[in-house]
Design a binder for this molecule. Structure first.
Ligand SMILES: N[C@@H](CCSC[C@H]1O[C@@H](n2cnc3c(=O)[nH]cnc32)[C@H](O)[C@@H]1O)C(=O)O
Ligand SMILES: [Zn+2]
Length: 433
């Protein structure tokens, strides 16, 4: 066995307990072999990661993003979804080249590795380039090409749809299985009903997952109710968009019947609190969704509506806005938020990881707990939800491979990635003006 040992720290167990333990990893198999005190005794250990003064926990799962949008970080702020997309984002996205997308994905993945995210779900264009970055950087991802029909003629919209299915078929299982895919219609209002139903039927024939934005703003809910006389998620269910191998981003404006429908169909929701606050979309009923038995993950959404990809910030936002939304300070407690960012997130997007236990995927991080803002440590789980920042992550491991050691990313050249991204972003915005 090519043994990697994470030693000297405390471990966050799947039941939320924290205890002193080492973690033994089979680096070739990408699997956790043992979680116990002193895993090194009597064993030949090829490499060690020092977790002294730190917490070993599952790598975080960013359940919904558009990773290459890092190039648009800070480009257009302070607007609601519809006008933000149409007036600011889509015109710039029309100028994106394949290389821009690759460079933006490198920047986003670099940021995620440095803030403890080991898996993410991504919807964007030129996804072969994003897949290449995921492969090189060593993270795990569920990737899909977004389908948008608005502003396109029938032939172009159909080509977009075929492209999404084709990408999903071709790349599922790539990067030694670290890449999984999905058919990704953008939303219920940007893809017409015929195309939506047809695309989902084709996806089902090939056992592909499905991911879309749903019930993000009232502006998306109202036209569906007006045109079809049903709530958006009833409309979605009738077109095959709900089920255990599907997940929705946002789910902000969902009523009781829709929450029931999500639970019955075992459809997961990825909550994106920062994006929902920044675009003033509304407050998702996270406590209510969880109580109804819906699997809820957490996502940053794109960097243009966040504006970072730090899932620790997102955990804090999830707890805070969850309480305001429920008008109850005991709603969405720290432990729930940690679950949503780890095991529930992994389940929501259907990737391995999210648990530190024997037999689980070796996707884990070490969080440094020795810092003023983390002192005293009455309750480590509380710190994870409320006080830890992405910059407190010391090491990041995915699929048994060390992606960051002592804050040094090993799979990407951080300085070069940042330079290239800044240059491409400036050119991109200049072209669009
Ligand atoms: N093939 C499609 C690409 C769609 S990718 C996904 C899209 O989602 C957009 N997006 C980013 N954040 C959000 C959000 O919060 N809600 C809805 N769409 C978003 C993003 O800008 C991108 O255009 C096309 O030809 O247009
Ligand atoms: Zn989105």
């Amino acid at each position: 066995m090519n043994a990697l040992a994470v030693t000297g720290g405390r471990v966050l167990h799947p039941d939320g307990r924290v205890s002193e333990a080492d973690v033994l990893i089979d680096a070739d198999a990408g699997r956790i072999e043992a979680v116990s005190e002193d895993v090194t005794t009597g064993r030949e250990i090829a490499r060690t990661l020092d977790a002294e003064g730190g917490l070993v926990m599952p790598g975080l799962v960013n359940g919904h993003t558009h990773v290459s949008m890092t190039l648009l970080r800070g480009h257009a702020d302070d607007k609601p979804l519809e006008s933000w997309l149409r007036e600011d984002i889509w015109p710039v996205e029309a100028e994106l080249t394949d290389e821009d997308i690759e460079v933006g994905a490198e920047l986003g993945v670099l940021e995620m590795i440095r803030s403890g995210t080991t898996a993410f779900a991504d919807m964007y264009f030129s996804m072969d380039r994003v897949a290449d970055v995921v492969d090189r950087a060593g993270v795990r991802a569920r990737l899909g090409r977004g389908v948008v029909a608005v502003g396109k003629d029938e032939a172009d919209a159909r080509a977009d749809l075929e492209g999404s299915l084709e990408f999903a078929r071709t790349y599922d299982g790539a990067a030694d299985g670290r890449i999984r895919t999905a058919f990704m219609p953008h939303s219920l209002t940007t893809v017409p009903e015929g195309l939506l139903a047809e695309g989902i039927e084709s996806a089902d024939e090939d056992d592909l997952w499905v991911h879309l934005h749903a019930n993000e703003t009232m502006g998306e809910v109202e036209p569906i109710v007006e045109d079809h006389g049903v709530r958006p998620l009833e409309y979605a269910a009738d077109r095959g968009a709900l089920g255990p191998d599907r997940f929705l981003a946002h789910g902000v404006h969902v009523d009781d019947t829709e929450i029931e429908l999500l639970a019955e169909t075992d459809t997961a929701v990825v909550h994106c609190p920062a994006s929902n606050m920044k675009l003033a979309s509304g407050i998702a009923p996270v406590q209510h969704l969880r109580e109804a038995g819906v699997t809820v993950g957490i996502g940053t959404d794109g960097a243009a509506s966040n504006n970072d990809l730090d899932l620790f910030g997102e955990m804090r936002d999830t707890a805070m806005v969850g309480k305001i939304g429920a008008d109850d300070a005991s709603a969405v407690p720290a432990a729930a938020v940690v679950e949503m960012a780890t095991s529930d997130g992994a389940d929501a997007i259907g990737l391995p990881g999210g648990r530190i236990e024997t037999g689980a995927a070796a996707d884990l991080i070490v969080v440094d707990l020795e810092a003023p803002h983390l002192t005293p440590a009455h309750d480590v789980v509380s710190h994870l939800a409320y006080a830890v920042r992405g910059s407190d992550v010391r090491h990041t491991v995915c699929d048994g491979t060390v992606l960051m050691r002592d804050r040094e990313v090993t799979t990407l050249d951080a300085a070069a990635v940042m330079d290239r991204a800044a240059e491409h972003a400036a050119d991109l915005v200049a072209r669009a003006e």
